[in-house]
Design a protein. Structure first.
Length: 222
């Protein structure tokens, strides 16, 4: 099934600079032979492997790129009012920490596996009930892990309205969050980003088509 190049959604200059920096830092990788298993394979083991993989943990070794990513989030959420920053373990904790350093807004970290020793806290860090939290993650595919984290925060009396990610894989996560009353802010959407990579010859047109076809049918049902 052929896929047309995306014309309607074009990256801005700053988005192109960010996308290129992330590519050059190895944050987004492509493998059209082996591919990668994702969280969805836990419930759909026979689904096709993803031809690309996003790993924001690499930013800890690329400080200039990490700084650019943090500044992008600051700009993206400048109209959002929040009292705390919460990174989803484990991929987004370092990014959330850098965002807290940049904004001066305190960071807390929800624990997805509650401690059984010491103080059995559900959230690391100090917080007040009724305050608002900005949830930070590396990407969104489906919204399952986001909703799990939000439940932990809300069960502790905190308020969540907004989630920010670097990449939206455009596989239903934003819509799932919206259905549950949460707004997603994404620095980059994957489809126009892929088109940009093809435009600058980081991936071929054939690889672009294969990746877009995968995004349309990640479970291999068609």
């Amino acid at each position: 099934m052929a896929v047309k190049r995306i014309k309607m959604s074009v990256l801005s200059k700053s988005q192109k600079e960010l996308a290129l920096s992330l590519f050059d830092a190895g944050v987004i990788k492509f493998d059209f032979e082996k591919g990668w298993r994702l969280k969805l394979h836990e419930t759909n083991p026979d689904a096709p492997l993803s031809p690309f993989y996003i790993d924001l943990r690499k930013l800890q070794s690329h400080l200039e790129v990490k700084s650019k990513a943090v500044l992008t989030i600051v700009d993206l959420t400048k109209e959002v009012k929040y009292d705390y920053i919460a990174g989803i373990p484990l991929a987004a904790v370092a990014l959330a920490s850098s965002l807290a350093d940049k904004t001066g807004i305190p960071q807390i970290t929800p624990r997805m596996d509650k401690k059984t020793h010491g103080e059995a806290k559900t959230i690391d860090g100090d917080y007040e009930k009724g305050k608002t939290v900005l949830v930070v993650d590396d990407l969104v595919t489906s919204a399952d892990s986001k909703l799990e984290t939000i439940k932990v925060l809300e069960d502790c009396g905190l308020v969540v309205k907004d989630i920010v990610v670097m990449f939206d894989r455009e596989q239903g996560g934003a819509e799932q969050l919206a259905e549950n009353g949460y707004k997603l802010h994404s620095a980059l959407k994957i489809k126009p980003t892929l088109n940009f990579y093809a435009d600058i010859d980081k991936i071929s047109l054939e690889q672009l088509e294969r990746t877009l076809n995968y995004l349309i049918d990640p479970l291999g049902k068609k």
